[in-house]
Every structure is written in structure tokens, then in C-alpha cells.
Design a protein around this ligand. Structure first.
Ligand code: 5GP
Length: 120
């Protein structure tokens, strides 16, 4: 289930500026930065500025403005990276069976090559 938010998680520390990141985009609602272990030529993480454990938490508890602002930011990042024409993939791991590692909601944006089918 959704545990309490851990303010010491790595993305919370990046948001506070306690850890560095390779920033792609930032606005009032979202921060986007390159994944430290990229799985595609473009692998960017987009996170809301609010303290939400996962998509489950965010979708239930974030304000309309946070949800809209975050969603807009994801689209802005895709255009800033010039991926709209080629295409890209969004993915968010939620909880244990998805293998979510960092307990701050994030969306992975993959692009820059043919990504193939996610499922066999
Ligand atoms: P999850 O499995 O939680 O969806 O994905 C977490 C992602 O965060 C992984 O792709 C991992 O490489 C990335 N990651 C973990 N720690 C850091 C970090 O300190 N900096 C950056 N930029 N990415 C990280």
C-alpha cells in the first residue's frame, strides 16, 4: 500500500538541492532531470514538486492545479527534447510488484530509439 512519505528519499533531496541532478526542465509544479542509469538514448525522470509517494498517492491527493501543472510539464519536456514527432514512452512504476525503487512519484520518459514492445 501507500506508506508515509519519506522526506529523505533521493528525489526529495534532489528537490531540496541537497543532491545534484542533470536538469532538463523546471517550473512551479515539476522538475525533470536525466536518469542516472539511462535505459534509452533519452531517459528523463519527471517529478512533481509536491510530496507524493507514487502515482496512486498523487492521483488521489494532489490538487487539480498540481495534476494539471505536472501533466503539462511532461508534455513540455517531450517537446523540449524534440521527441514529439518521433514518439516516446511514458512509464511510472507504482509499488512493490512494479519494482518502484524511489518513493517519490516520478514518470520515466524514454525516447531516441525504437523502444519495442513493453510486454512479450
Ligand atoms: P523506479 O524503479 O523507482 O521507477 O525508478 C527509479 C529510477 O531512478 C531508476 O531508473 C534509477 O536509475 C533512477 N535513480 C535512482 N537514484 C537516482 C539519482 O540519485 N539520480 C538520478 N538522476 N536518478 C536516479
Amino acid at each position: 500500500g501507500i506508506g508515509p512519505y519519506d522526506p529523505q528519499n533521493v528525489f526529495a533531496r534532489i528537490l531540496r538541492g541537497e543532491l545534484p541532478c542533470n536538469k532538463v526542465y523546471e517550473d512551479e509544479y515539476a522538475l525533470a532531470f536525466h536518469d542516472i542509469a539511462p535505459k534509452a538514448p533519452v531517459h528523463v525522470l519527471i517529478i512533481p514538486k509536491g510530496a507524493y509517494v507514487s502515482f496512486a498517492d498523487f492521483s488521489r491527493n494532489a490538487s487539480e492545479a498540481e495534476i494539471a501543472g505536472f501533466t503539462r510539464a511532461v508534455g513540455t519536456v517531450s517537446r523540449q527534447l524534440d521527441l514529439e514527432a518521433r514518439g516516446y514512452r511514458l512509464l511510472s512504476n507504482v509499488g512493490e510488484e512494479a519494482g518502484q525503487e524511489v518513493p517519490h512519484f516520478h514518470v520515466h520518459l524514454f525516447g531516441g530509439r525504437a523502444l519495442g514492445a513493453l510486454l512479450p
